[in-house]
Write a protein that binds this ligand. Structure first.
Ligand SMILES: [Zn+2]
Length: 321
């Protein structure tokens, strides 16, 4: 395989006419997971059954090629295999092998937490760099979950409703699963409901929940809602809010959402885990995509690894046109 990887509004292998998580509709694409910054409506799409179920109706592919983890598929002049990425239910990495030359595209990746992740060796690694700056270091997963549980119990004891602010798709459900061991019941803002039903239909056992009704008070249920647009939350009598996100490590971002507190429970790798991924995959060339691409690439180069931001390459190419 030639090492011809480009950024063409998505990671692209031009010789194989395939895109990974492209931002615009393409003939043939891999969609790694159901988040809206990754899922678009392409003509033909390789994805997991879970991702298909969790994808919003308007973004579902015209022709879905549902692939199980680990099953190699002939695509272009090579083979495509989806591997677990740990980011949310059904989230995949894409391994493309053309005659032994291998490229791994991580999509969004989470190493810590309950979902197992497999990191194969590959000559070319295209890695997400959402938290690609060294100050993003997340504490142990179970101790953060415990801190959230203690905070919720304290809110109840003070006669307030604990409100956890997190992404409606994937994150809300993963937080419910993580907190299930503490016996909480939940009230979900309406935007969290479709993915929650999909998780249940896909066989995940979630704790008791009901839809958050505006104006009703919750003295025994933890409320979960997306961070933006808290209209229904403001109708609660007494409440405390906590942002549940890796961005908790960033003071400015935390202030942006006006939460009372924040917990760094992330569905991505922190900075050191990104370095661990690079070490495990042992690539000859790394490309960074999403988030702090330049920062991560620069840090890898300092460690003697060939790395560049894939978007940066495109911008450089355009500068010569
Ligand atoms: Zn994502």
């Amino acid at each position: 395989m030639s090492r011809n990887v480009t950024w063409d509004r998505g990671v692209s292998l031009p010789e194989h006419a395939i895109w990974f998580d492209p931002e615009v509709s393409r003939a043939l694409a891999v969609v790694t997971h159901a988040h809206t910054d990754h899922a678009r409506r392409h003509h033909e799409t390789y994805l997991t059954a879970e991702t298909l179920a969790l994808t919003a109706t308007t973004r579902k592919p015209k022709q879905a090629r549902v692939v199980a983890f680990g099953a190699a598929q002939p695509v272009g002049h090579g083979e495509l295999t989806l591997l677990p990425a740990g980011h949310m239910l059904g989230a995949a990495q894409a391994l493309f092998d053309a005659g032994g030359a291998r490229l791994l595209y991580t999509g969004d990746l989470k190493l810590r937490g309950p979902r197992a992740v497999e990191l194969p060796k590959a000559q070319v690694l295209v890695i997400e760099s959402t938290y690609g700056r060294p100050h993003f270091l997340f504490p142990d997963h179970s101790s953060v979950v415990e801190s959230i549980a203690i905070w919720c119990k304290r809110a109840f004891a003070e006669g307030a409703t604990p409100v956890l602010l997190c992404h409606a798709v994937g994150k809300a459900q993963e937080v419910m699963l993580a907190l299930a061991q503490y016996g909480f019941k939940f009230a979900l803002e309406h935007r969290c409901l479709p993915a929650t039903s999909a998780y249940q239909e896909l066989g995940e056992t979630l704790p008791d929940y009901k839809e958050l009704t505006p104006g009703e008070d919750y003295t025994e249920r933890v409320v979960i809602a997306p961070p933006a647009g808290k209209t229904v939350i403001r109708k609660l009598h007494r409440y405390r809010t906590a942002l549940v996100s890796g961005w908790a490590q960033d003071r400015h971002f935390r202030m942006l959402f006006g939460a009372d507190t924040a917990f760094p429970l992330s569905d991505h790798c922190d900075f050191l885990e990104l370095l661990d991924v690079v070490e495990a995959v042992a690539p000859e060339q790394v490309y960074t995509v999403h988030g702090f691409t330049e920062d991560l690439a620069r840090n890898l180069r300092k460690r003697g690894i060939r790395a560049s931001a894939l978007k940066g390459v495109e911008q450089l190419a355009l500068a010569f046109v």
